[in-house]
Design a protein around this ligand. Sequence first.
Ligand code: SAM
Ligand code: DTB
Ligand code: SF4
Length: 347
Amino acid sequence: MTVVPEIRHNWTRPEVRALFELPFNDLLFRAQQVHRQYFDANAVQVSTLLSIKTGACPEDCKYCSQSGHYDTGLDKEKLLAIEKVVQEAKNAKEKGASRFCMGAAWRSPREKDMPYVLEMVRQVKSLGLETCMTLGMLESNQAQELAQAGLDYYNHNLDTSPEHYNQIITTRSYQDRLDTLAHVRDAGMKVCAGGIVGLGERREDRVGLLTQLATLPAHPDSVPINQLVKIAGTPLGDVEDLDPFEFVRTIAVARILMPKSMVRLSAGREQMPEAIQSLCFLAGANSIFYGEKLLTTSNPEAEADRQLFKRLGIHPKQESETFAPDVQPVAAVMPQQTLWRDAMQAG
Ligand code: SAM
Ligand code: DTB
Ligand code: SF4
């Protein structure tokens, strides 16, 4: 019988901080233990992203190539035609993606855009792909409409800690983001919510971000951890690099706090050595974006990712794949190593 940590929603900042402070090897060991209790450690889910409406965004997110507040030299595009989106989705499926994520540079969808967006969901879903959208803030009725059209996931990130947030975005509040997540949850869609690190934030802000995510009424089904892709022309265009081990730690802590969530090694892989990516998989990341482009920036070549998977013995996770170890929950594992060892020995 495998002993699994119970799913907790009452993580405290000191507990989360203590996890970040563990020796690297101990942290990775713990994350791997948790990961194996809920997932096949060698299966990674792959999604492909498409920007369905690019640039001229009214929001002022200091990291973003698409904000209309900064001159990033990006070519702006109108909302793509549905046929074009469907063709891209077919290509992504042929290349092995199981989920297709569509992103728009909007503060929130306008009512007149909704019929197009809903039709896009229906047509992409009819290809046999899982669907995900990220369109900015949603009202409750918009979330309901998307759910009825068959949208599986909605992505909306908290991005950083509540106290660092105003340094990064001033045009929408942290509470606005929490409200959108509540609307998505209430509409019955799966929630994809995570954040972005390497913004020049302190470790305490990474602690704060993950504590917020892990104390939501339900853990997000998917937790994207983005590493800042530095964009020239934005206020964060030449911020200092985050220590790659700190990025791996962030993944590991996310895995321990939210054992049943898919943790996505999201933006920033193109700039990340493969050895660090493989440490992220060891730390419990089990989802990536696959295909040469994210929204506006580049991602590793699909062939390079196929080779990486082959070298690591990883296979793409299929939606039909289930993993059901013979498990029994125990009281949640405490950050102190001794308690962890006791819990493991009890198993
Ligand atoms: N406009 C929508 C919104 O912000 O809600 C959806 C798209 S937005 C690009 C989705 C997320 O991508 C952001 O919340 C942020 O976490 C991430 N992101 C955006 N630009 C990034 C960058 N340069 N590097 C890393 N992650 C980025
Ligand atoms: C998420 O958390 N990361 C993705 C997705 N959700 C929409 C977006 C990453 C964007 C990276 C920068 C760009 O390509 O513009
Ligand atoms: Fe707009 Fe989203 Fe970029 Fe913020 S992250 S500027 S909301 S596209």
